[in-house]
Design a protein around this ligand. Structure first.
Ligand SMILES: Cc1cc2nc3c(=O)[nH]c(=O)nc-3n(C[C@H](O)[C@H](O)[C@H](O)COP(=O)(O)OP(=O)(O)OC[C@H]3O[C@@H](n4cnc5c(N)ncnc54)[C@H](O)[C@@H]3O)c2cc1C
Length: 493
């Protein structure tokens, strides 16, 4: 690959006109995108590695053969049937906000852009559920729910740039997850199209005991097992009261212990965010209290007034016993105002190599895991920026969300370091009994660690994939599953 790759691809690129008109007959020619520039826009998601390559004038993956934009499930069924008949691999596309390369084509795929499936189908106040089409933008969805007096409780930082279907496909987590749960706790039912074109429906019923959960087979499948077309989600009444609290702790251990004890006391603040020293300092520079108690935590409580008051006072009692002291609200207000901002873009624009890696650990191992990763990362590149916070907490453990940032340097120097950082973080997470991914999914970039993560489970997953998709046509080469023939290896090719 050279810096002229994109120009090179453009020169040799040919659209398969026969294929384009066959899909046009299904969904209308206007909904088949064929121009190079349109298709180039679908050649990557927000995987930082792909952003680095593009900045250098190259593409990490491939340009898709075509992009199709269906309007409903019936059209998706017919697209999948046609793709199967022509042996064409397909990648479902939400809004390309994934950060692990799940939506990156590796050669020969067409993209199925779901964004014309963009409506709330119904709200059922009695059952407290909403049914929504999979391609609906997250922020539009939440706004319409708010106007009806509800929230979905799933508010990822990327809400403005992601779709509901993408949340399910990536098994995502929203910022209020400590209270409302992750997406798998919120989804009650769904519809999807399987790789042979069969429509699948998991009816939205409160619970069932009929073998392994088919719903959970789709959640987190990242487009490899089905195209999700509709979801029924829990909804929650908009809280009457929302109150944020800033706490200063004398040590990271004290902050971690507080979060653990709050969750183990069965309290459910909507937000529990703890920051390491680096990330605390960035947010508390001018606040005197943090000179002596330098570790920042932000909590938020929502609900009715008596509930919020009771929950807050119990949580603060637990925090005080660990040395936590209430501070001025500035860091909470700052978080609230910037909760949907994508910070990495400004670093990429300035030539830095910025990436985030979120993993899961249990409370008993998080301190050692954090120290081991921090020490190893700084040994790899002493001038690196490394910071962490813990923002999705459970009675058993938490998500450790780390930012690593290398200063501007030539790509051939930075990319091997970047790879080594990922290798080290993922391996040390596994060494400490953690999971390599908390909510961003596995996509393409986490393939090398999937066997170590899942063990025999990966063969189970591959068997399911082979049974459902014998032609390996649904998003091949993702979440550790077999790639298609001639698939590009983004790290080598
Ligand atoms: C700044 C930023 C902040 C983020 N914050 C969060 C966060 O707080 N929480 C979080 O969970 N994630 C977060 N993410 C990651 C990302 O936004 C989520 O993974 C999101 O769910 C992806 O949705 P999307 O619609 O953009 O999907 P895409 O990126 O288009 O696709 C992601 C994967 O899902 C598959 N897919 C998409 N739609 C469907 C469908 N309908 N059926 C089957 N497969 C499908 C694709 O093939 C691909 O494999 C963040 C990303 C960024 C850039």
């Amino acid at each position: 690959m050279t810096a002229t790759t994109i120009a090179g691809v453009r020169d040799t690129d040919r659209v398969d006109e026969d294929l384009a008109s066959a899909f046009g007959a299904v969904i209308g020619q206007a909904n088949v995108l064929t121009s190079f520039d349109q298709r180039l826009g679908y050649s990557r998601d927000r995987l930082p590695f792909a952003v680095f390559r593009e900045r250098a004038g190259e593409i990490a993956g491939a340009v898709p053969r075509l992009v199709v934009r269906p309007a409903n499930q019936d059209e998706i069924v017919r697209i999948v049937q046609l793709a199967k008949a022509r042996n064409v691999p397909v990648i479902p596309y939400g809004n390309g906000s994934g950060v692990l390369g799940g939506a990156i084509p590796l050669g020969g795929e067409i993209m199925v852009d779901t964004r014309r499936l963009d409506k709330i189908v119904s709200i059922n106040p009695t059952d407290a559920v909403v049914t929504v089409q999979a391609g609906m933008n997250g922020a539009d969805f939440e706004q319409q729910l708010n106007e009806a007096g509800y929230t979905s409780g799933h508010l990822p930082q990327s809400i403005e740039i992601s779709t509901v279907g993408g949340w399910l496909a990536c098994r995502g987590g929203g910022q209020l997850s400590s209270r409302y749960g992750k997406i798998e706790d919120i989804v009650v039912g769904l519809k999807a199209v399987l790789p042979d074109g069969t429509p699948l429906e998991v009816r939205p019923v409160a619970r069932r005991s009929v073998g392994p959960s088919i719903r959970d087979l789709m959640i987190g499948s990242e487009g490899t097992l089905g195209i999700i077309t509709e979801a029924t989600l829990r909804i929650f009444k908009m809280p009457a009261v929302e109150r944020g609290v800033v706490l200063a702790f004398p040590s990271l251990q004290a902050a971690l212990d507080s979060a653990r004890l709050i969750m183990q006391a069965e309290l459910r603040p909507t937000i529990v965010r703890l920051y390491d020293r680096v990330e605390s300092d960035e947010r508390t520079k001018d606040i005197a209290l943090f000179k002596t108690k330098p570790f920042l935590a932000v909590l938020q409580f929502c609900g009715s007034e008596p509930m919020v008051t009771a929950e807050q006072s119990m949580a603060l009692e637990i925090a005080a016993a660990q040395g936590g002291e209430v501070g001025p609200s500035g860091p909470y207000e700052h978080w609230k105002q910037n909760r949907y901002v994508a910070y990495s873009q400004k670093w990429h624009d300035a030539g830095y190599f910025n990436d985030t890696i979120e993993v899961t650990g249990n409370w008993s191992t998080i301190p050692a895991m954090y120290d081991a990763i921090g020490n190893a990362v700084r040994a790899i590149y002493p001038g690196i920026h490394f910071g962490a916070h813990w923002s999705h907490v459970y009675p058993e453990g938490a998500c450790q969300y780390m930012t690593v940032r290398l200063p501007p340097m030539p790509d051939d120097q930075a990319l091997p370091i970047h790879q080594k950082l990922w290798d080290t973080v993922q391996q040390l997470t596994l060494d400490h009994g953690g999971s390599i991914a908390h909510h961003h999914g596995a996509g393409l970039f986490r393939n090398p660690w999937m066997k170590r993560e899942l063990g025999a489970g990966l063969a189970v997953l591959q068997s399911i994939k082979d049974a459902l998709d014998p032609g390996n046509l649904f998003n091949p080469g993702k979440i550790g599953l077999r790639a298609g023939p001639n698939a590009k290896d983004i790290r080598r090719d």
